[in-house]
Design a protein. Structure first.
Lengths: 113, 116
């Protein structure tokens, strides 16, 4: 089936540094999402993105977070600066429309030390 | 606010046993409800979807029925296999298509372990 690719699969970064998580959505999809899952806890919505704009974001989407997809390249989540509590698995997802199936990537495990 | 509750954090069964996972939800209106499954090392993937139009969904031997009266959406399978071992999430979808951009609200997940 359709694949969402996430790069890298694991990232270790020093607290205070910047990190960019990359996502290659399914090719004909127009809606993009980031979800966060802290180890042992539930999956939580961060943000969704359409037509170059953030549609909705949750309280977890702090001011240090930003998303973009310049000219059809990777859909990225940037955290600057990182904090210890940002350690989690971040899942990228995409869908063709708002009422169609959402496909998830395998996640990027971010460890902030 | 909108939420889903899965009380069973872990279920352990032997092959060919019956599976039943509880899920209740809280929201206004008529949501779309999903069960997602996550295998080790993978992202969540859609298992089945139920809307108020059909009240029931099935896929790969799994069934779920949506009961608005009890706000429940349980998952069941008559005979599990070892390959069904995974985490199962009850998920609440948007009430109105287009407005929320398909934001999904996940339950805490139920880890199913099936022994051969």
């Amino acid at each position: 089936g359709p694949k969402v690719l996430q790069i890298p699969s694991h990232q270790i970064i020093d607290m205070g540094q910047m990190v960019t998580l990359n996502c290659d959505p399914v090719s004909n999809h127009l809606y993009f999402y980031w979800y966060k899952q802290i180890l042992g806890q539930q999956m939580e919505f961060l943000v969704n993105f359409y037509n170059g704009k953030v549609m909705e974001k949750s309280k977890l989407f702090k001011d240090q977070f930003s998303v973009e997809r310049p000219d059809g390249s990777y859909f990225t989540l940037k955290i600057q600066p990182t904090a210890l509590e940002d350690s989690a698995v971040y899942f990228c997802a995409s869908s063709r429309d708002t009422n169609t199936e959402v496909f998830f990537g395998k996640g990027t495990r971010l460890t902030v030390v | 606010g909108n939420s889903v509750t899965q009380m069973q954090g872990q279920v352990t069964l032997s092959e060919e046993e019956f599976l039943f996972i509880n899920c209740t939800y809280s929201t206004t209106g008529y949501p779309t409800l999903f069960w997602y499954v996550q295998y080790p090392g993978e992202g969540p993937q859609l298992l089945l979807k139920v809307t108020t139009a059909n009240n029931k969904g099935s896929s790969r031997g799994f069934e779920a029925t949506y009961d608005k009266g009890t706000t429940s959406f349980h998952l069941q399978k008559a005979s599990v296999q070892e390959s069904d071992s995974a985490v199962y999430y009850c998920v609440l979808g948007p009430l109105y298509y287009g407005g929320s951009g398909n934001k999904l609200i996940f339950g805490t997940g139920t880890l199913l372990s099936v022994k051969p």
